[in-house]
Design a protein around this ligand. Structure first.
Ligand code: HPA
Length: 277
């Protein structure tokens, strides 16, 4: 049996045969947001099934492709479709793409997701810059033997989401005519949505949005010493005093409608980052 490290290295070895210039920015797109990188000049497209050892996404709204190319002249790699704990993937499988990005040379990781709004000043379609997260999944991708070559045993988590990148995101939002929200993302395992009591609990504990992704990837990204930007599309508002049933179709629909806006903002962010190339 090959080790996890060997499996990641094998995937990277395969990708390096095709991706000639190391990507600097990695983007992982969430539910309904696969198209949020419209302006990428595509060089390579890999179906996940073609990449050795990569888990295959089962959720319908995820296309399961890795794309490499340039955006504003910067080498970018994008994973359209991620792996979730609720699908039964382990934290190491969920963070496999982050490790692939790490070994390819990615320094900036942009994580996007669809999330439920807990802050009642938010509205569906808003975009929230993730300032911090609360990992309530009960899982952690760093459990087990530490791979010292990849990162520290006990990585510091006081600044997971890079302040400078967040400020650039806010300015980019404004440049695109969008006032971004900012707040704390609570990551749960899912797949069942929150009860009203859970929603109250999360709100009382300083969470502004809730979702089933991102925290594992962010932890691996910190371990890999990447600079991280998290962007949540608020697809629905969870008000425990006026509960409404949310359907996954509605969530995907709002996310898809917001994805052009997100694409424009990501492009503006990368344009800004290109300046210090
Ligand atoms: N809860 C969890 N995940 C989500 C939600 C929600 O309300 N909306 C979009 N993703």
């Amino acid at each position: 049996m090959r080790t996890y490290k060997q499996q990641v290295e094998e995937a990277v070895g395969f990708l390096k045969q095709h991706i000639k210039r190391p990507p600097r920015i990695g983007i992982m797109t969430g539910t309904g947001l696969g198209e949020s990188i419209e302006s990428l000049t595509v060089k390579n497209v890999f179906d996940y099934r073609k990449i050795p050892n990569i888990p295959v996404s089962t959720v319908q709204s995820h296309s399961g492709r890795l794309i490499s190319g340039t955006l504003e002249g910067v080498e970018v790699i994008a994973m359209q479709g991620r792996f979730h704990l609720y699908e039964g993937y382990s934290p190491k499988e969920v963070t496999f793409p982050v490790r692939v990005m790490q070994l390819l040379g990615v320094k900036v990781l942009i994580l996007t997701n669809a999330a439920g709004g807990l802050n009642l000043s938010f509205k569906p379609g808003d975009i929230m810059v993730i300032q911090d997260h609360i990992n309530l999944t009960g899982e952690n991708p760093l459990v087990g033997l530490n791979i010292d070559e990849w990162g520290d045993r006990f990585p510091d988590m006081t600044n997971v989401y890079d302040r400078n990148l967040s400020a650039i995101a806010e300015r980019s939002g404004q440049a695109c005519g969008e006032e971004l929200q900012c707040g704390v993302y609570a990551g749960l395992k899912g797949p069942s949505l929150e009860t009203s009591a859970e929603t109250r609990f999360l709100r009382q504990n300083s969470a502004d949005a809730v979702g089933f992704s991102t925290v594992q990837e962010a932890i691996a990204g910190v371990h890999a010493k990447m600079k991280i930007l998290g962007l949540s599309i608020i697809t629905n508002i969870n008000d425990p005093d006026h509960p409404t049933a949310d359907t996954v179709e509605e969530i995907i629909d709002v996310a898809q409608r917001a994805s052009s806006k997100l694409s424009a903002i990501i492009q503006t962010i990368i344009k800004e980052l290109a300046k210090d190339e």
